[in-house]
Design a protein around this ligand. Sequence first.
Ligand code: AMP
Ligand code: ZN
Length: 133
Amino acid sequence: MENCIFCKIGKGEIPAHKIYEDQEFFAFLDIKPHAKGHTVLIPKKHGLNALDYNDEDLSRLMCVIKKIMLILKKKLNPDGFNVGWNDGSAAGQVVPHLHLHILPRYNDDNGGSMHSIIKNPQVDVEDVAKLFK
Ligand code: AMP
Ligand code: ZN
């Protein structure tokens, strides 16, 4: 899509620190890393979020996540990873092109888990469960 920064990175029109590329996907180091080796993985095809891609695209995306984890493991030897994406501005998505954050984690990095993104203790799980019955 025109004027999409991640489309431009995927096409090589804007420079990035590439760590992986194939016909469909491109992965590069986040310009403002939250961890050593913080990587952004994009499909080259533009879409806002996962709902814009078919199941085959998303299956291949999962395989590429694994490849990138192996690359990062080999180069940086992290102790773990957080992998995920911000879907929608309410969730912190700034760039409107689907992208996964792959965050290598180290035993002494003082970071939190996925649970530290949001805490909403007034939510009663029993009330919410009723909505799914
Ligand atoms: P999000 O909040 O999920 O939309 O995250 C967008 C991410 O893309 C942020 O972590 C940015 O630091 C990163 N980012 C934005 N522009 C670039 C760029 N030109 N090169 C590398 N990373 C970028
Ligand atoms: Zn795009």
